[in-house]
Design a protein around this ligand. Structure first.
Ligand code: NHW
Length: 394
């Protein structure tokens, strides 16, 4: 949805009742919108329609994890033309849902009482988010909100959102961060996706991209070649021994952004440890001091290609945290593209957050038609430019 056709007067029967700024609000002072105490929090779960029941999903149990995978694989986010649907893998979901100090109680499902079929899901994970470089806020990140296609537009999503809010509030946490493709009251930042073709022939065959006028396939392939070798001396996968210095590098780098996570060493290792088909993270280390000076990282998020006779899945890399101090950022990202190509990815995606605009043109990224809106729940702050954003949600 482009910002041009957002109806600023659209009524939001649910969101108008929630502690979020109105869509046209001008925020003067940063801070919580409402202040509550545990006494204000309802002690019983929200009421579901009679045929359904709440469940907690134990993602350590392969069967339950597989239920989540299948719900999302069949019903999660699609592009505007319904040609692609995110296909978060099973190991990815386990990783995304179990960071340090995760709560099992925050992996919420709705099942049909009789058949036990999983028909809806929502999750929260704990995070500390720095807002406006001054305020460190204990929050949750909300993700994987999904209602089965057959149960859409029955106001089930607000019930899921209220239930997760209740369970988060019970832990004395009152703020959340989340992203969505749609415009709701009220984005903190409106960001744009950019795509770098790595396998242009397949992307054209899948109709992810099209041949530009007067460009042949062989020319397109040539234009999208990546470097044959890496440019950053000694670049190699992150190891556990790098974590203390990587954590310092990240903290210093992220401190310049208006919205950015603060991560402990334990969290840095959880989020950046290389994991095949989940996370790639490479570092450059100063040979004298052993300190990490540069880092690039991307996560693996394939999409199912809907109804294509030849291709079932697109393998996409999503840019994560990239920091260049000893080499130019464009060189570091040339290496990220080289490594992604070697890892058989079809496309490398990034948002216009961080300093990403500095390599988007040079490395031939093309703007996508998708936007990504960032939101905070129960925290008002001034609207931010994408380049002030230092947070990536999966
Ligand atoms: S965004 C991905 C969301 N998931 C998908 O797009 C998957 C495919 N779609 C679906 O499954 C990443 C359904 O369409 C969903 C809506 C479930 C999206 N965020 O049940 P109804 C996340 O997971 C509002 C927030 O009839 P439905 C982040 C909508 O505006 N609200 O719709 C999630 C309307 O309210 P309004 C959304 O199509 C963050 C109401 O839902 C939304 O059957 C969640 C309609 O409900 C979205 N993506 O189901 C918020 N999509 O007021 C967390 C629709 O306008 C907040 N809606 O009438 C923080 C909570 C924690 C606080 C802790 C202190």
């Amino acid at each position: 949805l482009s910002s041009m056709n957002v109806d600023k007067n659209a009524a939001h029967a649910f969101w108008d009742t929630q502690p979020v700024p109105k869509i046209d609000a001008q925020v003067e002072k940063s801070g919580p919108i409402e202040v509550k105490t545990l006494d204000d929090v309802r002690k019983e779960p929200l009421t579901l329609p009679a045929l359904f029941e709440w469940v907690v999903l134990d993602v350590n149990d392969q069967v339950q994890l597989n239920d989540v995978y299948t719900l999302l694989n069949e019903n999660y986010v699609e592009d505007d033309d319904n040609m692609f649907r995110f296909d978060y893998s099973i190991p990815f979901l386990k990783w995304a849902l179990q960071p340090p100090h995760y709560l099992k109680d925050w992996h919420i499902g709705v099942r049909v009482k009789e058949s036990k079929k999983l028909v809806a899901f929502i999750s929260a994970i704990p995070a500390t988010i720095n807002v406006d470089k001054t305020d460190s806020v204990k929050m949750v990140e909300i993700n994987f909100l999904c209602v089965h296609k057959k149960l859409r537009e029955k106001r089930l999503a607000p019930v899921l959102i209220k239930e997760i809010t209740r369970r988060v509030n019970l832990q004395n946490i009152w703020q959340a961060a989340y992203t969505a493709g749609i415009v709701l009251p009220k984005p903190v930042a409106s960001c744009r996706y950019y795509h770098r073709s790595l396998n242009p022939k397949k992307l054209v065959e899948c109709k992810f991209s099209s041949l530009p006028p007067r460009v042949s396939m062989s020319l397109l392939i040539k234009l999208n070649r990546v470097e044959e070798n890496t440019k950053c001396p000694g670049i190699r996968p992150l190891t556990k021994a790098d974590v203390p210095s990587a954590t310092r590098l990240l903290a210093k780098y992220l401190s310049q952004y208006s919205l950015a996570p603060s991560m402990s060493e334990e969290e840095v290792w959880h989020w950046l440890a290389p994991q095949k088909n989940v996370m790639d993270c490479y570092v450059v280390v100063d040979p004298k001091t052993g300190e990490v000076t540069d880092m690039c990282s991307f996560y693996t998020l394939p999409s199912s290609v809907i109804g294509n006779p030849k291709h079932k899945t697109l393998k996409a890399a999503f840019s994560f945290y990239n920091i260049a101090t000893s080499v130019p950022l464009v060189d570091l990202m040339a290496d990220a593209l080289h490594l992604a190509k070697k890892g058989d990815f079809d496309v490398f995606n990034c948002l216009d957050i961080f300093e990403n605009s500095k390599f988007i043109k040079e490395h031939k990224f093309q703007p996508g038609d998708g936007n990504l809106q960032y939101y905070l729940y129960n925290y008002a702050t001034q609207t931010k430019d994408p380049s002030a954003m230092g947070l990536v949600l999966l």
